[in-house]
Design a protein around this ligand. Structure first.
Ligand code: BGC
Length: 424
């Protein structure tokens, strides 16, 4: 549960031009956001493919790549000389501790990233240094988790928003807490923040139950964890997020194939390669409606596997276990926060590849929430809705809220951080 130092609700009247950068699983996105007030905005974005092997590169390479993409974007979109640096909201979708809004000390990499020399360090100076080296006129004003961005972007356009959620390569959620109810911050707050001041919290619930005290794990979950770059971390995420769903299914299928329960004497060599099945595999098998499950057949052939109709029926059922478990566990985070905050109605704004693309996920998730709360009304009072773009619009709105606070002389971090900022 990381305080994210967003200390205001957006009103929808924020204005200004901001840049946002978002390092995702397969590409880096740079967005120019113009907030127009009246809940309106315009965006212009470019995507840059991540270079091969960047997930395991050195820190310098990663930040240099980010700075280069920003430079290309600025050169293309701001050709004339700028009088002031452009404010940037830096979306960094990993667990990063924050004592002030423009810092983020990476606790640990997730989602298969394993870049040396970043864990335990503040990523903002790393990006700032790389930008300076290339003379890019940008100032990082806020570091933002994707869930916090989603929460704020969706609140900008819909006042009923209570949570920002990502169901994608990783899973996580953010919500607003009362500062007076955050034990971590006791005695650390500057006077201009009262008990009733809102504070966005990045829950990082992907690491729920790292102690393995609550959720039953299958032998496949245990193996995935043991063989991952960070065993013992992100336990919840490893059971349900897009990065791992294909791998859970692969292990299940491989187990059955080795026991000769599926595929008979047909080869399945490629299935032995870890992570060879991304989430498009369970996604396709799960709700395949083609004749004789022909689409699943073709998908398996991509991995050199020949299958019978019976094999594919079994795979369909296995994939549905993986998909159903993911959806049902995923909404526990929503239920927990709504119960804690005593929300009787809520719009929970969701984004991410699993939410967007995994067939049946939305319906299963809604059904699971209904089961948890045992609603009897016709319309669900707490609903998962499609989010506004968190890493673009959300980052921009947070940058705008931050600049406003700073201009008003209000704090955006703990007492000690604010003092050291003033003394600089
Ligand atoms: C990260 C979170 C992030 C989530 C969704 C997780 O792996 O720890 O910070 O919000 O993925 O991108």
């Amino acid at each position: 549960m990381i305080p994210a130092w967003v200390l205001d609700y957006p009103t929808g009247e924020e204005t200004g031009e901001y840049l946002a950068i978002d390092l995702g699983g397969t590409n880096l996105r740079v967005v120019n956001v113009t907030l127009k007030g009246n809940n309106q905005f315009e965006t212009k974005q470019s995507k840059y493919s991540l270079p091969e092997g960047i997930r395991t590169a050195e820190a310098d390479e990663l930040f240099k790549f980010m700075a280069e993409c920003l430079k290309t974007f600025v050169d293309e979109n701001f050709p004339s000389n700028l009088s002031e640096p452009i404010p940037l909201g830096f979306t960094f979708s990993y667990p990063a501790s924050q004592d002030i809004i423009d810092e983020g000390i990476l606790q640990r990499w997730t989602k298969g990233y394993d870049i040396h020399g970043v864990e335990g360090y503040d990523v903002v100076p790393m990006l700032t240094k790389a930008l300076k080296e290339l003379n890019v006129p940008i100032e990082v004003v806020a570091l933002i988790n994707d869930t916090t961005g989603t929460l704020v972007a969706s609140t900008y356009t819909d006042k009923e928003t209570r949570m920002g959620l990502i169901f994608g390569t990783g899973v996580n959620g953010a919500y607003y807490e009362r500062c007076g109810d955050i034990p971590k911050l006791e005695g650390k707050l500057v006077d201009d923040i009262s008990d009733n001041t809102p504070m966005a919290i990045n829950c990082e619930y992907g690491s729920f139950d790292n102690e393995h005290a609550v959720l039953p794990r299958t032998k496949y979950d245990i193996r995935i964890d043991d063989e991952s770059p960070r065993p013992g971390q992100q336990s919840f995420e490893k059971m349900i997020s897009g990065y791992y769903m294909g791998e859970v299914l692969r292990m299940l299928i491989l187990d059955l194939a080795e026991k000769k329960l599926i595929f008979g004497d047909n080869g399945y060599k490629q299935l032995q390669e870890p992570y060879v099945m991304d989430s498009s595999f369970p996604s396709l098998f799960d709700l395949d409606t083609s004749d004789e499950l022909d689409n699943s057949k073709k998908k398996l052939q991509l991995l050199g596997v020949e299958s019978t109709y019976e094999d594919r029926q079994a795979l369909k059922e296995l994939a549905s276990f993986v998909g159903e478990r993911a959806a049902r566990l995923a909404v526990c985070g929503i239920a927990a926060i709504c119960k804690k905050r005593n929300y009787k109605t809520a719009h929970c704004a969701a984004d991410g590849s699993v939410y967007e693309k995994y067939p049946g996920f939305k319906e299963r998730a809604a059904r699971a929430l209904r089961d948890i709360f045992q609603w009897s009304e016709k319309d669900d009072p707490i609903v998962i809705v499609h989010a506004e773009d968190g890493s673009g619009v959300g980052a921009a709105v947070i940058a705008a809220l931050t600049q406003k606070r700073v201009n008003q002389g209000k704090s955006v971090g703990t007492k000690s951080k604010m003092e050291s900022k003033v003394n600089k």
